[in-house]
Ligand binder design. Structure first.
Ligand SMILES: Nc1nc2c(ncn2[C@@H]2O[C@H](COP(=O)(O)OP(=O)(O)OP(=O)(O)O)[C@@H](O)[C@H]2O)c(=O)[nH]1
Ligand SMILES: [Zn+2]
Length: 199
């Protein structure tokens, strides 16, 4: 493990504060907060919310820097189908799906697991899908300084499924490209590789 900080423990002050607020929310929807099934719910929800937003106090650049290795490989590296779970900042409801990420090294490669870790740090914040896409893109670009980086995210938004417009099958795709991926041939090669099933 690198020197960067993972989510390790709950902050007791934050837990207490959130617990009181969740208790008020339950009362607000007419629940009896003393009944057996939900007596511990404010605390559970307080801890869940801390975990789901724990990316706000983690530094994704540190994660990448902790496992960068000098290497002369200078072809495309693709990590596809990285599952992600985030919360939309408008309704605080989940959106979830997959990220596909590629970079072309420029003297350094990065430990493969660090890319999904960076996805998690940015996803565990209140987000919109567009900003999540660019946060990941810019972090890899600025830290690894590769010849190019590409990020595609495909996600379903619970705020569009369970409520509101109530569309169950719509999928939102966002993408960002820097450096060599701004060239159409390189971008197309990446898009072709993430849509093919080589297994
Ligand atoms: N662009 C973008 N919009 C999002 C994202 N997540 C949720 N939204 C949208 O945020 C918008 C908020 O619109 P509002 O009109 O203020 O909220 P609302 O009345 O709850 O809207 P409806 O969801 O249409 O019922 C909605 O259109 C959501 O679909 C996201 O990641 N990106
Ligand atoms: Zn939403």
């Amino acid at each position: 493990m690198g020197s960067y900080k993972f989510f390790e423990e709950y902050n007791h002050e934050v837990t207490d504060d959130l617990k009181n607020n969740y208790s008020d929310i339950l009362k607000g929807i007419g629940e009896d907060v003393t009944r057996e099934g939900i007596v511990k719910t404010p605390e559970r929800a307080a801890k869940a919310m801390q975990f789901l937003t724990s990316g706000h106090c983690q530094d994704p650049a540190e994660i990448l820097k902790s496992a960068m290795f000098a290497e002369s490989y200078n072809d495309m590296v693709i990590i596809k189908d990285i599952e992600l779970y985030s919360l939309c900042e408008h309704h605080i409801l989940p959106f979830f799906g997959k990220a596909h990420i590629a970079y072309i090294p420029n003297g350094h490669i990065v430990g493969l697991s660090k890319i999904p870790r960076v996805v998690d740090v940015f996803a565990r914040r209140l987000q919109v899908q567009e900003r999540l896409t660019h946060d990941i893109l810019e972090c890899i670009n600025d830290t690894l300084k590769p010849k190019g980086v590409a990020v595609v995210i495909e996600a379903s938004h619970m705020c569009m499924m369970m409520r509101g417009v109530q569309k169950q099958n719509s999928m939102t795709t966002t993408s960002g490209f820097r450096g060599q991926f701004e060239k159409i041939e390189t971008r197309n090669e990446f898009l072709k590789l993430i849509s093919s099933d080589l297994s």
